[in-house]
Design a binder for this molecule. Sequence first.
Ligand code: IPE
Ligand code: IPE
Ligand code: MG
Length: 243
Amino acid sequence: MSLDLQSLEKIPRHVALIMDGNGRWAQQRGLSRIEGHKEGAQSVRAVLRAAAQAGVEFITVYAFSTENWKRPPAEIDGLMKLLVHSLNEYEQELHDNNIRLRVMGQFEKLPLPVRMRLQKTIDATAHYTDHTFVIALSYGSRMEIANAAKQIAEKVKAGEMKLKEIDEQTITDHLYLPDVPDPELMIRTSGELRLSNFLLWQLSYAEFYITNDYWPDFREEQFFHALEAFNGRDRRYGGVKKK
Ligand code: IPE
Ligand code: IPE
Ligand code: MG
């Protein structure tokens, strides 16, 4: 590791990652897209380890978007199988590092064996409090916000909530994981400058770090560089720069 973690003054409590570029990484090497996803799974493992080492409490990774259902069935199937395989391979690391697994997204849309495998690890790690690893699966932020609006409207209709009581916190409270703090740092790999429907509400004041590295090349060192960049940011939240 080329970076002295001790030199970092601020460690973000929550880092969200858009893991992009697996396909291009594979294409560059004449491999199939799924080979890129497999190598990308190793990066997830590396980032989890690095985050635990740095003291980052929450890691959220964008693993599959609501839009990704448009991909060829063979790729979707490969991704779902890889998820199960990765859980089988790396679950022990969650136990070793006191990491709780959580999932956000349309859980019910996932194939049954995937849901069952996920639920097993979610339950087995539910008591850990040091770190939380959130996987966004069949996740779409607009859908999440629309669902929140629907739930709130139902409560108002049923007389459980007053219209004038609705504020920003009410929306947050009706998202998938209301108790998870907003990410302070959002990392996207492969150089794309877009959010692709990821955490639109929660990223309102996050710092963005975009790297040209493809996701399979994003490992401990690259993660620490992102933390270093975060340390250099002046977060003003609409206020005036502090002297
Ligand atoms: C990210 O890599 C992984 C998922 C979206 C599941 P991509 O598969 O999007 O890779 P590129 O963007 O085609 O290179
Ligand atoms: C975003 O990557 C979704 C995930 C990383 C799961 P995509 O590759 O699907 O996004 P676009 O198509 O570049 O916007
Ligand atoms: Mg992509």
